[in-house]
Design a protein around this ligand. Structure first.
Ligand SMILES: C[S@@+](CC[C@H](N)C(=O)[O-])C[C@H]1O[C@@H](n2cnc3c(N)ncnc32)[C@H](O)[C@@H]1O
Length: 396
């Protein structure tokens, strides 16, 4: 670390304490620990950021509370650094850039299994902290990172320079596109923004050498997410491997889903022409399990839901992305049967119930029992235990 040494030296005790906690939880190997202790995370934080604590974004302002600002940098929490793609008038609806939670950073770097001399491509630079860790471990010239947001990319370059790692190349662009920045295929590719399991960018196969690894958080439209660890085949035409654990990353910018308004599905009053039935499965049970949502979302990748609470009851709405069908289920606390309405050519609740049943019959498999195969020709197959045992949707 060169430049402002006094600033870089801040937080050394806090950094060590965070590394202790991560190592104690089994997230941080001895090799990475050295790097975590050496790279100051606070150098990648702006004067005001929002610490994400138990579902709330808490502002940390260096001007009014420098100690709180610094302490937040060394807690195991994500730090939000941009809202709404930088649109100040949007009212802070969605966070669109951040420093990821240290535990996730450590686990994913562990999954990446880098060795001395490796070249790494990162997709989603954000403020540049993860790239800095890689650069400290491998050398700045061996790491290249791609960031879609111009302002964020500029800040990352400035942060990296302030940390003495200005030799790391940050490209401004879409990490799902074939721009290689003139680089050879990397030994490792790590994404720090999520792609849908059905839409893992095929270009990553070309950007990673045969035998190399892709570590990428994957999400489903239905909910749930997990980190995929894929090894690229010798012919470059596919990559395959298991998921390693749960994740909840912000989606790649071009993969955010804008749901149509409800009246695109149901132009008149509810329940319209919907068929009535009853179910013994409370959708709130699905909500309680991120893993169940992931399993259902992998099997039914074109479905999503919205919850509409009124009083104690929650009406769950289920939709398909083709805008052909919808279903509702009323979740009433304490009930054993729940009212169902289904409309359109598909019976969405029946499909979801069948996916839940398949998950139960498979005895609630953990993330590491699922795997993903991506081919250059566009197939994305989620499998259970073995690549021939498809979990992805059976053809309708
Ligand atoms: C969670 S942040 C990255 C965290 C970061 N690497 C760190 O050091 O903690 C995700 C970043 O991905 C970026 N992003 C989203 N879609 C992208 C895309 N298609 N290509 C490149 N970057 C993208 C966002 O702008 C955001 O800055």
């Amino acid at each position: 670390m060169s430049t402002d040494q006094a600033d870089a030296d801040l937080g050394a005790d806090e950094r060590r304490a965070l590394a202790d906690r991560l190592a104690g939880a089994g997230a941080l190997s001895a090799r990475w620990r050295e790097t975590f202790e050496a790279v100051p995370r606070h150098l990648f934080l702006p004067p005001v950021y929002w610490e994400f604590v138990e579902g709330s974004a808490v502002p940390r302002d260096r001007g009014s509370d420098p100690d709180g600002w610094l302490a937040g940098a060394y807690r195991d929490t994500p730090a939000i650094t941009q809202w709404d793609d930088g649109d100040e008038a949007a009212g802070r609806r969605d966070f669109t850039s951040s420093l990821s939670m240290p535990t996730m950073v450590a686990l994913m770097l562990g999954d990446l299994d880098v060795e001395d001399g490796h070249r790494v491509r990162e997709v989603g630079t954000g403020p540049g902290y993860n790239a800095a860790l890689l650069a400290h471990r491998l050398g700045a010239e061996r790491v290249m990172s791609v960031e879609i947001d111009r302002t964020v990319a500029d800040l990352a370059r400035a942060n990296l320079a302030a940390a003495g790692l200005g030799g790391l190349r940050v490209l401004t662009g879409d990490g799902a596109q074939p721009d290689t920045g003139g680089a050879e295929p990397a030994d490792r590719l790590i994404a720090t923004c999520a792609s849908l399991v059905t839409d893992v960018p095929a270009v990553w196969l070309d950007q990673t050498r045969p035998g190399g690894l892709i570590v990428a958080p994957s999400a489903t439209l239905f909910g749930g997410g997990a980190v995929a660890r894929l090894r690229v085949a010798d012919d470059h035409r596919s990559a395959s491997g298991r998921f390693t654990g749960s994740s909840d990353f912000m989606r790649m910018r071009q993969q955010r889903y804008q749901a149509p308004p409800v009246d695109a599905y149901l132009p008149g009053d509810w329940p319209g022409d919907a068929e009535a039935s009853a179910t013994g499965l409370d959708p709130e049970a699905i909500r309680a399990s991120w893993l169940a949502q992931f399993a259902i979302g992998c099997r039914l990748p074109d479905l999503y839901y919205r919850r509409a609470p009124y009083g104690d009851t929650v009406t769950w709405w289920f939709f398909d992305t083709a805008v052909t069908s919808w279903a509702t289920v009323d979740s009433v606390p304490g009930a054993v049967e729940f009212d169902v309405r289904q409309s359109g050519p598909r019976r969405l609740w029946d499909e979801i119930h069948a996916a839940w049943t398949a998950w139960e019959q498979a005895e609630h498999p953990g993330y590491e029992r699922y795997g993903l195969t991506v081919t250059g020709s566009g197939e994305r197959t989620v499998w259970l235990d073995d690549p021939d045992h498809h979990w992805s949707p059976p053809a309708r």
